[in-house]
Write a protein of this length. Structure first.
Length: 541
């Protein structure tokens, strides 16, 4: 039987006309070339995008990372061991998205939004992209609103503002996580939503941390994103981006969020592992060339939005673990250069009983006094300088037997300042209470008592003030530091000092007497500033 060409044409035309275009399912499908160590090479996905999600058999999800000329390098989530060579991989057309919303509050989830705490399913408000472009300069405003940590040493010397990125850096077991947890607890009633991202930690540690937050009433405003130590590298790599996306949900609704990344060193380790398996060229310390971009694109998403966009803020507290205090290593220097300051914790100080063990010389906040209320700025203005001088003299004094009066005075004042700034874990302090304690320390009220009595003095002072001066505390919290407020603070501290049992002169400063004659009187900070200004005027003339 012979078929004529015009018959073939008519048959094809009738078949094509009978097709329903809506029922056609067009999907780009590729073939798995190889699978090893959670990494697959897939051929045939010509139009695949970077960070696109792919569907593979057995419920495995892939994330396209390497777009090469003849294949796509994909990292796999789920039971990737069941994927074999020759399996099909299908494009979804969707980039990596994270479930976000109020339903996540109080829960422990993995970076994909799946619950890990056994409390049932989570109601998701929407999906947000894991990778999101950071707001530009025009969309931001300067950081001026304080974010109190409740820790005297930080709020006085290294203040953090809403929208800032402040690095917490130090060796292991020096109290880095404790600072972050105290900050979350201190902000439980301030409307700030906290997201704690645990990267490469033991799950037992994460559960213990959740229990600590729950015991202190802070868990209901907190989301914990856990990528535990036994998880694959892609899950650890995703964790901080997922946590940031969850926090951005509240940021772009005009709210305030705090994101703790604990810690980005393990995040960099996971990314290095992935990159080497994907055959990306290694650079310094075997990290890929884009490891700086890895953290910069994450931390730049921390922002204080302008009022037209709702005025929300996202504050980032990244944590970096150093080896033997080496802040000049590759990852620490990278993150230091990205952030707006760092809090450096030193093992030597930690083991000597200084808690938090902050090295005042290296630690800095590049936002500075802009993120402090006026009373705190005025009261703590000279404390960092005095502590730095004390640390220098402390090392020198070990080798000198006869010390002059100025050195003895600086050492005595320094010991009392260190004792004042010491603070136990899980005991964050209200900002007005901090102002009173620092005022007493910097104005010489502690110089007449022995160091072992400092805690007793400060605790008694706060109890007295809270019992008798609630209006004054509210005034200070509101940022008022007028002459009347200063006079009221001076009077309150002086009265308590009188009752505590040492003599004061007419100016309200301790009088030199007995064995402590070698401790010379110190002018108040205001008098010291006036003296410096007069010296400057004389020098100019």
């Amino acid at each position: 039987m012979q078929i004529k060409p015009d018959e073939i044409t008519s048959i094809l035309r009738s078949r094509i006309e009978g097709l329903d275009a809506g029922s056609a399912d067009l999907a780009e499908v590729g073939t798995v070339l190889s699978v090893a160590d959670g990494i697959a090479r897939i051929h045939g996905l010509e139009n695949c995008q970077s960070f696109e999600m792919l569907e593979l058999p057995h419920g495995v999800t892939g994330l396209a990372l390497n777009l090469e000329s003849d294949n796509v390098g994909v990292v796999l989530f789920g039971p990737w061991e069941r994927v074999v060579e020759g399996d099909t991989a299908k494009r979804t057309g969707r980039l990596l998205e994270i479930p976000v919303g109020e339903g996540l509050l109080g829960r422990i989830v993995d970076p994909l939004g799946n619950p890990l705490d056994g409390k049932g399913d989570i109601e998701v408000a929407e999906l947000r992209p894991a990778e999101f472009k950071a707001p530009g300069v025009v969309q931001r405003q300067p950081v001026t609103e304080p974010m109190q940590t409740g820790l005297k040493a930080i709020d006085v010397m290294i203040p953090i503002g809403r929208g800032q990125r402040e690095l917490i850096i130090g060796d292991r077991q020096t109290g880095k996580t404790a600072i972050a947890i105290d900050t979350i607890i201190n902000n439980k009633n301030t409307g700030i939503i906290s997201v704690y991202v645990a990267i490469g930690q033991r799950m037992a540690t994460v559960v213990q941390l959740a229990q600590t937050l729950a015991d202190n009433g802070a868990m209901e405003n907190t989301i914990i994103v856990a990528a535990s130590a036994d998880q694959a590298a892609p899950i650890k790599f995703m964790a901080p981006y997922a946590g940031c996306a969850m926090a951005e949900y509240f940021l772009y609704k005009g709210g305030h969020a705090l994101c703790v990344y604990d810690d980005l060193t393990k995040h960099a380790y996971a990314y290095r592992q992935m990159s080497l398996l994907l055959r990306r060229p290694p650079g310094r310390e075997a990290y890929p060339g884009d490891v700086f971009y890895l953290h910069s694109r994450l931390l730049e998403r921390a922002v204080k939005l302008n009022d037209d966009l709702g005025g929300g803020s996202l504050t980032a507290l990244p944590v970096i673990e150093t080896q033997a205090g080496d802040v000049s290593a590759y990852i620490p220097t990278n993150v230091i250069s990205i952030t707006d300051g760092q809090i450096f914790l030193e093992p030597k100080l930690f083991f000597s009983g200084v808690r938090p063990a902050i090295n005042v010389g290296i630690s800095v906040s590049r936002v500075g006094g802009n993120a402090q209320i006026a009373p705190m700025k005025k009261v703590g203005g000279r404390i960092k300088l005095e502590l730095s001088q004390f640390r220098d003299l402390e090392a020198f004094a070990q080798f000198g037997s006869d010390l002059d009066a100025d050195t003895q005075r600086t050492l005595a004042r320094g010991e009392r300042l260190v004792k004042t700034l010491n603070q136990n874990e899980r005991k964050p302090m209200a900002v007005a209470d901090q102002v009173f304690q620092v005022f007493a320390a910097t104005n010489g009220y502690l110089d007449r008592i022995t160091v072992d009595k400092v805690d007793e003095f400060l605790e008694g002072l706060i109890q007295r003030i809270n019992a008798e001066q609630s209006k004054l505390l509210e005034t200070i919290t509101g940022g008022d530091w007028s002459d009347e407020t200063q006079a009221a603070v001076t009077k309150a501290v002086k009265e308590f000092a009188d009752d505590f049992g040492f003599d004061l002169d007419e100016a309200g400063l301790p009088m030199a007497s007995g064995e402590s004659d070698r401790i010379v009187e110190r002018p108040s900070p205001a008098a010291a500033v006036e003296a410096e200004e007069k010296e400057g005027e004389t020098a100019t003339v």
